[in-house]
Design a protein around this ligand. Structure first.
Ligand code: PMP
Length: 285
């Protein structure tokens, strides 16, 4: 059976799910999105994702043409109709079709798109042995240009950083902010373990407030760990005992090398492994 894609209230077969080439989401990256996971047919932290989506939209003066309860229903129905158990959801809201100019007032009909599909996970070895990453020369969005808290359809600087990573043979790359501090990776937040404490950059370091990040902070605190959201530098990364990344797609994934330097003893650390287990329990129980 063909996958059904939701666009503005209608479910289309995948090959018929189309939007206008005049849509400003395509022409200018004018829109917002979310990436969500389903576990056992249930969407993980849907409410938090929808809050972030509506906040991103508000920040770019985009009115999502439906209420949160209606969008909640639409997401759940799209998951159910496609019989997605452990999968991935891409939720996109574009500015809609307009004229060939920037003016958002000359667009109409924002497009609300829901794709519920299977997910291609990182190979198991990455979780067992840890990732090697490199720091990229491309920095995260300057907050004075576009707040990194907005999950917009403009991901080009993250893509450029990702290309830097891929060219170095790494699937993720570390991005700094405009002050030279650690921000996050191209599609994941970053954590360090140092002297038994969990450290992660604060939101005002210019990062996306990851929903997995928040969940991991909660789990760590429940386990009695001290979690500190503080500005970090590459030096802090290089001298850390453990490092891991968090994201809806990657979940919790260890990092064992950064810029060719082994982190800790070069193996996924004990606290990282514990949090992987705890996150697994949270999502699969
Ligand atoms: N940072 C960036 C830049 C991202 O794109 C993502 C993925 N959405 C994350 C962090 C992780 O966020 P979440 O845990 O909400 O998926």
């Amino acid at each position: 059976m063909a996958l059904k894609i939701y666009i503005n209230g209608t479910l289309y077969d995948k090959e018929d799910a189309k939007i206008s080439v005049y849509d400003h989401g395509l022409l200018y990256g004018d829109g917002v999105f979310e990436g969500l996971r389903t576990y056992g047919g249930k969407v993980f932290r849907l409410e938090r994702h929808l809050d972030r989506l509506y906040e991103s939209a508000k920040a770019i003066w985009l009115q999502i043409p439906m209420t949160k309860p209606d969008l909640t229903k639409a997401v759940n129905e799209t998951v159910a109709v496609n019989n997605i158990q452990d999968g991935y959801i891409r939720l996109v809201v574009t500015r809609g079709a307009g004229s060939l100019g920037l003016d958002p007032n000359r667009t109409s009909d924002p497009q609300v798109i829901i794709i519920a599909d299977s997910i291609t996970l990182y190979p198991k070895e990455f979780y067992e042995n840890g990732l090697e990453i490199v720091s990229a020369s491309t920095i995260r969005n300057h907050p004075g240009a576009l707040s990194p808290r907005v999950k917009s359809l403009n991901y080009l600087n993250n893509i450029l950083a990702k290309i830097e990573g891929l060219q170095a043979g790494c699937v993720e790359a570390l991005m700094l902010n405009h002050n030279g501090q650690i921000a996050e990776c191209t599609g994941d937040n970053i954590f360090l373990v140092s002297r038994g404490e969990l450290l992660t950059p604060p939101i005002d370091a210019g990062i996306l407030q990851g929903i997995t990040r928040d969940a991991v902070i909660e789990l760590a605190r429940q386990d009695g760990l001290t979690v500190r959201e503080i500005p970090l530098t590459k030096h802090d990364v290089y001298i850390s005992d453990e490092c891991f990344l968090t994201g809806s797609a990657a979940e919790v994934i260890p990092v064992v090398k950064v810029d060719s330097r082994p982190i800790g003893d070069g193996q996924p650390g004990a606290i990282t492994r514990k949090l992987i287990t705890r996150f697994h329990e949270l999502t699969r129980s």
